[in-house]
Design a protein. Sequence first.
Length: 196
Amino acid sequence: MIAENVVLRDNDPRLPEFQSRGWRIVARSWAAELNAVDVDTERLTALIECLRGERVVREPEISDKAAILTLDAATVADYPGGIATLHDALGPEQATVSSTRRGFGVTGPDGGLVAMTFVDIYGTKVETDFTVVAREWRRQGLATAVKAASVLALLSEHAESFRTGGSDENIASLAANTSVGYTLDEVWSTLTPPAP
């Protein structure tokens, strides 16, 4: 018998079989896509411009690596959902921006990084690695703004499709991505085995 948790797509024919054997769903996650032809650039621009005050949306630079690592370390335990949406703490290499790994962030009035999203680029396809906002800055549209900024910037560089995902527990994340234009296209269940 399998002893570890299993992650299955909701349309996987094995899902009912696992459940009939006593496996329980302990977490659910989702994936979503946005195609370039469906991007509403005016809407995304407005989502960025609606930030008030001295908050600035920009791409982090190599010199921002310490700030990236600090924000990541402060929020690494905040990702809900279990193994399907687990976020490992960044190391220096993962916090380094490049032509195939881009970051988009928001800085606060003091210039400190308060929100960021990182994406990996595979030709014309863009996959979100993670998006996070400092605890005291949440519920202010910052995640939506950095996601919008990433789509606009990479769209101008000929990206054709954008993918993202997250935990069902994080309603704010799903709302932010829906606001940017992503369409939910996959739902996954994490199952745990019955007690021995």
